[in-house]
Design a protein around this ligand. Structure first.
Ligand SMILES: [Zn+2]
Length: 346
């Protein structure tokens, strides 16, 4: 069943059993069914560090995503976590050795060219270029037509879902963070708390319910920047948070921040990716360079399947095969012989 969705390189990994209903007993729909929706997601996009930064400052918007552009652009919707704010031309960009990130306006063109439809801005670096950078990021993404979620010029806007419509599906994205470098222990006392969505179930769960109950979205995707950096397993609090989001009506949960891949879990038939790892981000430890494109397919009835395309993260993301690809699959908790999809239901 997944063969029609997968290239020879793409390994089908997980599938919800609800999608396996024999066609002989499937009710014939009265109206034409929606086509399957292909939603791709990747982890941290740091466009504010050399070498990526050098190419962007020279005006080269093609470098970081060149090797994966065809893959990313082939999805109906492609999502990523934008870890580096976009700062206005003339901003004093910090470079190597700093943990304060920002990237020039051409980064927005790079995201658009690569096929990104939407990014989350809610992460620990959202305030790295201050309020000016937060606003400039939104301005530049609007300029190139890439949707964004998780920050805004008011808290209401930061909490507002971005709804993208494709093939008759209305997909609502909500994004929030549980890490914030400008005030790591006291987010709510920092001015950024008026512009950045915090991953607080007090507003997030009711908003998911509202989107579903009012028929505003067919699917709700929750992105959360949280977890322990470099940890191979999610902590108990994050597991509870994402499962609560699914209980409230979320369909796909996307985690990021640990810089490494963590296992995928299915809960009530919905996928939770606790950490998608890095994508455009170069760090020292070898396991921070293992990543993937998470390729979700949603069918009518909201049956969701997931395939993973192994990638090496860095200044420029690249496809990998062989032992590195095996390691990617192992870290996400998937079998080595991935030609036989495993079923994991609720
Ligand atoms: Zn982070």
């Amino acid at each position: 069943m997944l063969n029609s969705l997968s290239s020879a390189l793409l390994l089908s990994l997980l599938q919800q059993p609800g999608a396996l209903m024999p066609s002989s007993i499937a009710p014939r729909p009265a109206t034409p069914e929606r086509e399957p929706l292909h939603l791709y997601a990747v982890g941290d996009l740091n466009l504010g560090r050399a070498v990526t930064w050098d190419y962007l400052l020279k005006g080269d918007s093609l470098y970081p995503f060149q090797a994966l552009r065809d893959t990313l652009a082939s999805a109906d919707i492609t999502f990523g976590n934008l870890e580096s704010p976009i700062a206005e031309a003339g901003h004093r960009y910090e470079k190597t050795g700093s943990f304060v990130f920002s990237t020039p306006p051409v980064a927005a063109d790079a995201l658009s060219w690569a096929g990104f439809d939407i990014v989350s801005n809610a992460n620990n670096h959202a305030w790295d270029a201050g309020i000016d950078g937060l606003v400039e990021t939104i301005t530049q993404l609007d300029r190139v037509g890439v949707a964004h979620v998780g920050t805004g010029v008011s808290l209401d806007l930061a909490h507002r879902a971005a709804i993208i419509e494709r093939k008759g599906w209305r997909v609502a994205f909500l994004a929030a963070t549980r890490a914030f470098n400008a005030a790591p222990d006291s987010f709510y006392t920092h001015p950024g708390s008026r512009y950045v969505a915090w991953a607080d179930s007090g507003w997030l769960y009711p908003e998911i319910r509202r989107l579903k109950a009012n028929g505003l979205a067919d699917l709700v995707v929750v992105s959360t920047h949280a977890g322990t950096e470099f940890a191979e397993e999610p902590d108990h609090g994050l597991r509870r948070f994402f499962k609560g989001a699914i209980d409230a009506g979320a369909d796909i949960c996307l985690g990021h921040h640990p810089h490494v891949l963590q296992p995928v879990e299915w809960y009530r038939g919905k996928p939770i990716v606790y950490s998608m790892g890095n994508f455009i981000f170069r760090q020292g430890a070898p396991w921070t360079g293992l990543s993937g494109v998470f390729e979700f397919t949603v069918r009518p009835g909201s049956a969701i399947s997931l395939a993973l395309r192994p990638v090496r993260a860095g200044y420029q993301a690249k496809l990998v095969r062989g032992a590195a690809a095996d390691s990617v699959r192992r870290r996400v908790g998937l079998p080595r012989a991935a030609t036989a999809p495993i079923s994991r239901g609720p």
